[in-house]
Structure formats: structure tokens, C-alpha cells
Write a protein that binds this ligand. Structure first.
Ligand code: MLT
Length: 253
């Protein structure tokens, strides 16, 4: 599947994969802040933003294969690939299916464990509600940290806009794809490239223990926990997020 993609800058290729149920629009501050040092490539994962959903069964593997195809389109043999939350799940699927395409990995506000049966069942409920005309705006308070909810009105408004724009079909498809994802700890143990793990100290969705377990599993990983950041750290605290990425990329090259 060909993905609609926004890019900025030149140099070391850095592909950033967005969270659910957002789009490449969430990486605005990364395209702006990181383009001086690298080629920032931010696709809309299938079904979101400008990318078509297609007819495949829900699967993060399909999303990962799309990203491998995107690298081909851009003539990139390898790239640093980073993802936030669902984007992190896709990054881990890419590491499983196309490990030779990775020059480094960034896993932000994500986890390696699969869904519990209860969480998977809940995703199916959400998927059906979406296909029945429901929306996801009630999830916005969970996506953000307390600091953003109390003091960053612009961020809250922006995230509401991004979540409100998510197409129901794609959001339902992605919920089912995430419910079916496997345990990724073995994939992380087998990573042969350096990794940056990013967490938010106010993340209500990814517990710190998950992030620490992930960091421990990766042979060459560094962990950065961002203060006053919730689940959408790249949007909530973009300067700190970008500093962590820049320092990682500098050490890589
Ligand atoms: C995301 O932010 O991508 C989602 O919260 C991930 C999930 O539902 O597990």
C-alpha cells in the first residue's frame, strides 16, 4: 500500500510512525525541529490522513510492510525508524519482518507486551462502536498528561482536532490489528541496532514497568523518561522529545 507521506530536511533518514488514532500531522514539531539534522519522513499509516485503508485483514504486519515499501519508494536501504504507541507496535513488527532495513530504533510511549484477553475484547467493542457511528473524542483525556490537561490548552485543542479527524473505518481496523499483535519481547532481544526508548512520566496508558521491561530486553538501549509528559510526549513536550532524538542520532552517526 502506497502511503501518503510528509517529509522535511535532508541527511540521515528518520522515519516516524504515528499513534492511534492520529496521523503524520502529529509530527509537526519533529518535522520542524529535526529537519536541520536529518531527513524526517512521516507517513500516514494505512487508513489515516491521506492514505487509503485497502482491503486487507486488520494486521500491524500489513502496516509494517507498507513502511518497508515506503523505504523502497524513497530509495532508502536503511533508516532509523521510530514510532509512538501504535507506531511503536508497527516499528516492532518492522523489526520482526524487515530487520535489515533498520539503522536504529526509537520506541516512544509504547510496549512490547500483547493485549490481555480483556483488552483485546475491549478493542472489539470500541471497533463496533466506531462502525456504528461513535467517535473517539472521549479518549482524549487519557492520551494526555495532567500537565497538558491543566496547562496546555493549545495541545488539548490540537489533539481533539487530530482525534476528531480519524476515519471510523480505519480506527476500527487499527483496533482489531492492535488486538491481534503478538508479544514483541523476543524481537527486542534480537535487535542488533541501538534503540532509544522514550516514556512520559504522566503517561496514563503505558505503565513505567512496561517501558523498563522493554528497555531491559533490548541489548543496546537507552531510556529517556520525559517529565510533565503524557502518552503523546512528542506533541506535549516537543523540545525535550526532539533533544532526546537528536542526541540519539548524533551518537549513531
Ligand atoms: C496509541 O496511542 O497508539 C494507542 O493508545 C495504542 C493502544 O491503543 O494500545
Amino acid at each position: 500500500m502506497k502511503l501518503y507521506t510528509r517529509t522535511a530536511g535532508t541527511g540521515l533518514p528518520l522515519v516516524l510512525l504515528h499513534a492511534f488514532p492520529l496521523s503524520s500531522a502529529m509530527w509537526l514539531a519533529q518535522r520542524g525541529g529535526l529537519a536541520a539534522g536529518c531527513q524526517v519522513v512521516t507517513p500516514d499509516l494505512r487508513g489515516f490522513g491521506g492514505s487509503r485503508l485497502g482491503d486487507d485483514e486488520p494486521s500491524l504486519d500489513a502496516m509494517a510492510d507498507d513502511v518497508a515499501e515506503l523505504l523502497d519508494t524513497f530509495g532508502l536501504e536503511k533508516a532509523v525508524v521510530g514510532g509512538l504507541s501504535m507506531g511503536g507496535y508497527v516499528t516492532m513488527a518492522l523489526a520482526r519482518r524487515h530487520p535489515s532495513r533498520l539503522a536504529g530504533v526509537i520506541l516512544a510511549n509504547t510496549k512490547a507486551a500483547p493485549d490481555t484477553p480483556e483488552a483485546a475484547a475491549n478493542r472489539e467493542t470500541v471497533a463496533r462502536r466506531l462502525l456504528d457511528g461513535g467517535d473517539l473524542l472521549d479518549t482524549v483525556p487519557n492520551l494526555l498528561g495532567a500537565t497538558s490537561l491543566e496547562r496546555r490548552a493549545m495541545v488539548v485543542g490540537r489533539v481533539r482536532g487530530l482525534v476528531g479527524a480519524a476515519p471510523a473505518q480505519a480506527a476500527a481496523w487499527a483496533q482489531r490489528a492492535m488486538a491481534a499483535r503478538p508479544d514483541s519481547f523476543d524481537t527486542l532481544r534480537g535487535l542488533t541496532v541501538p534503540a532509544l526508548v522514550i516514556a512520559g512520566d504522566e503517561d496514563q496508558i503505558i505503565p513505567t514497568a512496561e517501558v523498563e521491561a522493554m528497555t531491559k530486553a533490548i541489548p543496546d538501549a537507552r531510556l529517556v523518561v520525559i517529565g510533565n509528559a503524557g502518552h503523546l510526549s512528542a506533541i506535549e513536550t516537543p523540545e525535550t522529545f526532539n533533544r532526546a532524538v537528536t542526541s540519539f542520532l548524533t551518537d549513531l552517526s
